[in-house]
Design a protein around this ligand. Structure first.
Ligand code: ADP
Ligand code: MG
Ligand code: MG
Length: 870
């Protein structure tokens, strides 16, 4: 088996499309070399070797050692240096790299091959003793930490002590002599911690580092990261062994991390950070504050020009925005990494649209580039601009969107508080991979240290969380869980607001506003609309919802729930009167009060949705939801109805049910108390007639809920038709109209053909359908569904993502049988699933005509529907 692939020096064996085998880093290093970009040569040990390593009980696969040695010789030849050579030593880095990047999960060792002898060779060769010993002490530190497991802080403390003793603050201020001493001290730490000397044999060093990378695939942080991001454990990681280049050789050297376009905003500009006279890890670790890459324009103009040229070449090759890592050694530029860059939703949208406009990609590709789950971010709130608030501090805007939450100082606190149902903002000096769980559960993340490429920034952007980093004004006392900021003192649980778009931090709960659809986002969704077959409507109960829905591009209302109207001001009383009526007369008296209210609502909604279908569902929920509970409310209803509170209480008791969700609700109400549906139908048609008289075309659609038998629908349809005809006769208006039903009782899906003969449209009520098919109470799922998901008994919460194998069969069956029996039948879905991308995909495949979801999910559904059709 071929376990090792060479790259660079004109002998590259890999390609960009070999990520599964070579890992992302290895495949892209090979690709850059293929593109003729300067990459220090090296070789990649495959992910298969890593898997084989685990299969063999953590022993190297057969033949790997020979292949590594062979490639090392090839590398020596390419570099004109020898591994372990006292005069002319080859130094390498050992870098992990899985198929997808896992920030900070795997550890890299630099300057490998140094020992007491080769360090002198390096010093003589570079004519720079300071540099040689700086590299050596870094090597011992990194190798000690990553490979030997010596606590990192032991080295850091010694380094700090040395700086203090010399009266300096920055690493580059230490002299060669200081560093030489540090090397000895570091070796002492290793000896003391491990009971054996630091390995001087380069081959032993290399073997150990490769083992460490293999092993890091299964360290707890990596496992946790894979869990959150659904990355299979059997992908394995590749190992890259690469000739070192040095950014720590003086003021004409440095190391940088950048993006070909701005990953926060998407603006087409070279964006990133550089540290002069430093080595790789320094940037990411946030030890020193990096400078914007733009400084290279002045400091090293030829390097900057080269970088711009490389960016263009990389974007043309990858047809995407890239994240690059590079090092400048004495004025010469080397590329060390490139990969498709992580970006915020805002940036993703802008980059996709602009790249299509530039001709780098076509519109289909642009539409496919943006994950529907991700654009949810753009539909997140921002700080209300009219809120008169003063920021208490300002940091770097690392990931946009505003978040309000209670302070948590540690990741596990954040997790615990979030599990208690609290909204949390996680505050840390800086985050590390151990914090991933808490970051995931938090509304937003705030750090006092680090830059735009710090761990917190990168991870938050990936998760789509609002994040502010490097907010230096924060003085965090972790032990006491207190943060002081500009004279204020905040503790765990105190409210804070962060704005990841500006970097502002506010004390307290700042009001937020909902976003609008405009600019690049609107353009992308217009393109999406060209590619989709599935219609997208909204669930909207009020004129305001209807307006929002239109703004987000809904093509009508798929579900208008009439019951929500009854909770409004001045409405609950007549509603209660209606429910608690004893006689038909009493009930009709109450309904007469409700009629004008409903008529007014429907009129407003129709006006908002002119030219688009509006499906109005007749009363659905169990009546007990409307019963007065507190004594005050009981007394009020009693007064209104002219009876004693005792009478009201006893009637309430009589209405109580053991299992209300399976009780007197939906069409059963309409059958037991026909006056209710008659009043609602009258309100719908009176409103529609008024709209028609104003000169608009209108076709109201009346939807009967919870039907399980064709007989139920036939009975209610006839009564509705009677009222409709009556109203139209009274008003002297003729309207087209439709009567249809929800499919939400499993029986309805089973006998969909019979029901379709009575219905002009179906709308799958997937919330109830899921509840009744799985037998999971919608209102109590929190008690066990998360456990099921964790244990893998369920793939996802079936109330969020449709259970395709089970409930999906009923949907498919319902569509097929329904359309067969009635070819004109229009079929939609109006459960929560209508805004869930994976479910939208399924509804497209199942041949539905449209999905209907909450107004804020409409853009998500539009994009998902387009992608399902591409
Ligand atoms: P990560 O996957 O965490 O980004 P990398 O393997 O990219 O880790 O290594 C981190 C940094 O180490 C790189 O960005 C680069 O600056 C530095 N580095 C890695 N290999 C080399 C090398 N051969 N020469 C110089 N610097 C290197
Ligand atoms: Mg890297
Ligand atoms: Mg329902």
């Amino acid at each position: 088996t071929k376990w090792v692939y060479f790259f660079g020096a004109g002998q590259t064996e890999g390609r960009a499309d070999m990520k599964n085998l070579l890992g992302g880093k290895g495949a892209n290093l090979a690709e850059m070399a293929n593109l003729g970009i300067e990459v220090p040569p090296g070789f990649t040990i495959t992910t298969e070797a890593c898997n084989e390593f685990y299969r063999r009980g953590k022993r190297w696969p057969e033949g790997l050692e020979e292949q590594v040695k062979e490639n090392l010789r090839k590398l020596e030849q390419a570099m004109g240096r020898r591994f372990g050579d006292p005069a002319n030593p080859l130094l390498v880095s050992v870098r992990s790299g899985a198929r997808v990047s896992m920030p900070g999960m795997m550890d890299t060792v630099l300057n490998l091959g140094l020992n007491d002898v080769t360090v002198q060779g390096l010093a003589r060769q570079s004519n720079n003793e300071r540099f040689a010993y700086d590299s050596y002490r870094r090597f011992i530190q990194m190798y000690g930490d990553v490979v030997l497991g010596v606590p990192r802080h032991l080295f850091e403390e010694r380094l700090d002590a040395k700086k203090k003793a010399r009266g300096v603050t920055e690493d580059p201020q230490l002299s060669a002599q200081d560093l030489r001493e540090l090397v000895e001290e570091f070796k002492g730490i290793v000896r003391q911690q491990k009971g054996q000397a630091f390995p001087e044999d380069p081959w032993e060093q290399l073997r150990g580092a490769i083992d460490a990378v293999f092993n890091s695939w299964n360290n707890p942080r990596a496992i946790k990261y894979r869990e959150i991001h659904h990355i299979p454990g059997d992908w394995g990681t590749a190992v890259n062994v690469q000739a070192m280049v040095f950014g720590n050789m003086g003021e004409d050297s440095g190391t940088g991390v950048a993006f070909t376009r701005n990953p926060s905003t998407g603006v087409k500009e070279f964006y990133g950070e550089i540290l002069i006279n430093a080595q790789g890890e320094d940037v990411v670790a946030g030890i020193r504050t990096p400078l914007p890459v733009a400084v290279l324009k002045e400091k090293m103009p030829h390097v900057y020009a080269q970088l711009e040229e490389i960016n263009k070449r990389l974007e043309a090759a990858y047809r995407d925005m890239l994240d690059i890592e590079f090092t400048v050694q004495q004025g010469k530029l080397y590329m060390l990494q490139c990969r498709v860059g992580k970006r915020t939703a805002m940036a993703a949208v802008r980059i996709a649209v602009e790249m299509a406009q530039e001709g780098l990609i076509d519109r289909q590709t642009a539409v496919l580039r943006v994950a529907p789950e991700q654009i949810d971010q753009l539909l997140h709130p921002t700080i209300d601009p009219s809120a008169r608030v003063e920021a208490v501090a300002k940091g770097l805007p690392a990931s946009p969107g505003a978040a309000v939450g209670q302070l948590a100082f540690f990741a596990d606190d954040a997790e615990r508080m979030a599990d208690e149902g609290k909204k949390v903002v996680l505050i840390r000096a800086e985050t590390s991979p151990e914090d991933i769980g808490g970051m995931y559960k938090a509304q937003g993340i705030l750090t006092s240290r680090g830059g735009m490429t710090s761990h917190a920034a990168v991870v938050a952007r990936g998760m789509g969380k609002p994040c502010v980093v490097g907010c230096g004004a924060l003085d965090i006392d972790e032990k006491r869980k207190i943060v002081r900021v500009n004279g204020r003192e905040l503790r765990e649980g105190d409210w804070i607001t962060i704005d990841g778009s500006t970097g502002n931090v506010y004390v307290g709960q700042v009001p937020l506003v909902q976003p609008e659809l405009s600019g690049y986002f609107a353009t992308l969704l217009e393109w999406a609309d060209e590619f989709r077959a599935l219609g997208v409507r909204a669930n909207a109960d009020t004129p305001t919802d209807a307006r929002t829905a239109r703004q987000f591009g809904a093509q009508g209302i798929g579900l208008c729930r009439t019951e929500h109207m009854f909770f409004g001001e001045g409405r609950i009383i007549p509603m209660r009167e209606m429910i608690l009526s004893d006689t038909k007369e009493e009930r009709e008296r109450a309904l007469a009060k409700l009629l004008p209210l409903q008529r007014g609502d429907f009129y407003e909604i129709f006006k908002e949705m002119l030219g688009h279908p509006v499906v109005i569902r007749l009363l659905d929920p169990p009546l007990h939801e409307f019963l007065p509970k507190e004594p005050g409310a009981v007394a009020e209803v009693a007064r209104e109805m002219g009876v004693t509170p005792e009478v009201i209480e006893s009637r309430s008791r009589a209405l109580a049910e053991a299992n209300p969700m399976l009780g007197l609700r939906g069409c059963r109400l309409g059958i037991v108390y026909p006056e209710i549906y008659e009043m609602q139908t009258r309100a719908i048609f009176e409103a529609a007639c008024r709209v028609a008289k104003e000169g608009h075309e209108i076709e109201p659609e009346v939807m009967i809920p919870l039907v399980g038998t064709p007989g139920e629908l036939a009975f209610l349809k006839e009564r509705c038709q009677k009222v409709a005809e009556q109203v139209m006769a009274e008003q002297g208006v003729r309207l087209p109209y439709r009567i249809g039903t929800m499919i939400e009782v499993p029986r309805a899906a089973l006998v969909a053909d019979e029901i379709a003969r009575e219905a002009q449209f179906f709308s799958f009520g997937t919330n109830d359908l899921t509840q009744m098919t799985l037998g999971f109470s919608r209102d109590d799922v929190g008690k066990y569904v998360p456990t099921y998901v964790e244990m893998g008994l369920l793939k996802a919460d079936p109330f969020q993502t449709l259970d395709v194998e089970g409930v999906g069969q009923l949907v498919k069956m319902g569509v097929e049988r329904g359309k067969q029996a009635n070819p004109d039948l229009v079929v939609g879905i109006c459960g929560e699933h209508g805004g869930d991308p994976a479910s939208v995909w399924f509804f497209h495949e199942a041949g539905l005509d449209y999905v209907s979801c909450s107004p804020y999910r409409v853009p998500v559904a539009r994009l998902a529907a387009a992608q399902a059709n591409l």
